[in-house]
Write a protein that binds this ligand. Structure first.
Ligand SMILES: NC(=O)c1ccc[n+]([C@@H]2O[C@H](COP(=O)([O-])OP(=O)(O)OC[C@H]3O[C@@H](n4cnc5c(N)ncnc54)[C@H](OP(=O)(O)O)[C@@H]3O)[C@@H](O)[C@H]2O)c1
Length: 290
């Protein structure tokens, strides 16, 4: 068997076109363009590429986009001051603080400082709490992208057993909350595994859908997957030779799975798409409130 490719790049293009069309109607009606302010601290090359790609997608969708760059040695007080100003700026609907931040800055304090209505990454406690309570405002972008990639490719989540490997606050944990929601497009039975899980392969082999988000190159092997299962690879790892690979041994697992996401071109483009989705929602919400 050779698995069907779940093409995130193609779906992202389609969905970004849909978002651009909705944004154009919104702009025509209200005279306001959805606006995303990106904050980049320091000169991490990967962060710079992520921010550039996010801004490019914003511009293509007809959004306003601003980049605020601060030096690596920037103090927490300076960054908090910038966030306070962005929180108060009515033209800014979404604020994206690119992580990781330099060690002198407390990431949690920064995440909490972003106004919950402008927290388009949905990393803050209010938005995560709303999701956990079952009435979300914004969904975190990467897990929401995973859900959309599965649904739009006709993967049945209702009643399916989804095994998630990784429990981070930005991927594994919110993905579990999204997929276990009592809602259309969810209603999955979810198992969350992590570095302390015993007999991991026994757990992943029970899955209809396996999602791996751990940051270990080519970790998930073919014998950890039930034949016919769907496999989603969130990982992004650079090998010593410069090649980009995921957390799944793609060449081996594609021979067992029924469908699989590539790296690159799978989950990554969907993350950006859901950021645009949240920024448009933020603009709509803030316009209704004003
Ligand atoms: N495509 C995208 O848009 C996107 C977005 C975000 C992240 N990513 C990528 O996704 C990967 C994960 O990111 P993250 O931020 O979620 O990572 P993270 O915060 O480092 O969390 C890693 C998780 O993996 C678990 N883990 C580590 N080793 C394991 C093992 N041997 N067996 C089982 N579980 C193990 C950890 O368990 P413990 O909790 O027990 O430590 C932890 O829960 C990274 O490669 C990252 O670059 C991609």
């Amino acid at each position: 068997m050779s698995a069907v490719l779940l093409d995130g790049k193609k779906l992202a293009q389609t969905m970004q076109g849909e978002i651009a069309a909705t944004a154009a109607v919104f702009t025509q009606k209200h005279g306001i363009r959805p606006g995303l302010a990106a904050v980049l601290v320091g000169d991490n090359p990967a962060s710079r590429i992520y921010v550039r790609n996010k801004r490019k997608a914003c511009q293509q969708a007809g959004f306003e986009s601003w980049l605020h760059e601060l030096p690596h040695e920037c103090t927490q007080a300076k960054l908090l001051d910038l966030i306070r100003r962005l929180n108060q700026d009515p033209t800014v609907h979404g604020i994206l603080v690119q992580l990781p931040l330099p060690p002198q800055i407390d990431e949690k304090a920064i995440i909490q400082a972003v106004s919950p209505l402008k927290d388009v990454d949905a990393f803050g406690s209010e938005n995560l709490g709303l999701l956990a309570a079952g009435h979300p405002r914004y969904l975190p972008c990467t897990p929401h992208g995973v859900q959309q990639l599965l649904l739009r490719n006709g993967v049945q989540l209702e009643g399916a057993h989804v095994v998630i490997v990784g429990r981070s606050a930005i991927v594994g944990k919110p993905l579990a909350l999204i997929l276990m929601q009592k809602a259309a497009g969810a209603n999955a039975t979810v198992t969350v595994c992590h570095s302390r899980s015993r007999n991991l392969a026994d757990l992943t082999r029970q899955a209809d859908v396996v999602v791996v988000a751990i940051g270990l190159a080519e970790f998930l092997k073919a014998d950890m997957v039930r034949p016919g299962a769907v496999v989603v690879d969130v990982g992004i790892n650079r090998l010593p030779d410069g090649k980009l690979v995921g957390d799944v041994d793609f060449a081996a697992v594609r021979g067992v799975a029924s469908a699989i996401t590539p790296v690159p071109g799978g989950v990554g483009p969907m993350t950006i798409t859901m950021l645009l989705h949240n920024t448009l929602s933020a603009a709509q919400l803030q316009t209704m409130k004003s």
